[in-house]
Design a protein around this ligand. Sequence first.
Ligand SMILES: *Cc1c(COP(=O)(O)O)cnc(C)c1O
Length: 367
Amino acid sequence: MNTTFANQVEFTITRNTQPLPEEKRNAILQNPGFGKHFTDHMATIDWTREQGWHDARIVPYGPLQLDPASSVLHYAQEIFEGLKAYRHADGSIWTFRPEANAQRFQLSARRLAMPELPVELFIESLKQLISIDQAWVPSAPETSAYIRPFMIANESFLGVRPAERAAYHVIVSPAGSYFANGMQPVSIWLSSGLSRAGKGGTGEAKCGGNYAASLLPQTEASANGCSQVLFLDAEEHTYLEELGGMNIFLVRKDGTLLTPKTSGSILKGITRASLLQLAEDMGLKIEERRIALQEWIDGVNSGEITEVFACGTAAVIAPICTLKSKTFTVGNENAPAGEVTVALRKKLTDIQYGREEDTHNWLTRLA
Ligand SMILES: *Cc1c(COP(=O)(O)O)cnc(C)c1O
């Protein structure tokens, strides 16, 4: 909405006078886990209908002050993104396709009736924050710093309409290797009747509300020893959509990659799009279309489907060994990760960590 700002991107910087001492930071970086520890600073940009985007700043990480009537607390006007900072062998720090995240953040903002943050401002916020907190980006193999940009509506008003005030923030959390003990295939649970997103809903927007809707079925998954839930389409409960926070792929024995076509209720993952491109580069065939659950079941049982995996920024690729539900189990729990799964994961992470040439210009240097 306010695009003039993008031409005069200037962040004021207030340094944290009490950053975490180096020994403590190093202890965290030895074993960061995921999403548990946060760096010394955060980025913030405010928006009001009159002023547009203003007051871009880097400030010490800390609690937000919110009026109890803030719209986000009542009507869930909230969107977010997730991307990573990767440290390369020469010490430089890079991120992967940030303009795609910035554009998706705009798409999410439109759907949630929130202001669109200019792409340049989104990327600049990452550069500013990662530069000041670069000591927090770990360097051990397959580690990274997970970057979480988000926007909340914070007008103090209980009336139901789009808020006239919003705040954009970015926080960063060091992340350990997702598969610390090698790539372990996971079991997933078929949601029994609960949906994540319907036609015309917010499924294509990356918003907290979608996650809230996925948590109850996720609980059912955990209770049944599964790490994630698979959602089918909300109308017919027949076609594959995605997991709570990852897209899904099947691999046929002839090497063809199958993935559900995104049609409004599936989030368009950047990992998904990147894997489709890499698969094409590798000469694999691709089918993006509606995929019935039955095709998976029959395919695994007949040997036609040889591999299944989920993908998203956090895990990159997670191999799936079995699909379970109240009435059936398909697949073999002891099956190792498949050949195509392993090759695609290696290809993508080699680019992200600077071990292979970035022929698609996907990397942006942050620090
Ligand atoms: C973020 C997300 C994904 C994965 O997207 P990436 O851009 O690959 O990280 C998939 N599904 C949902 C619901 C998501 O929120």
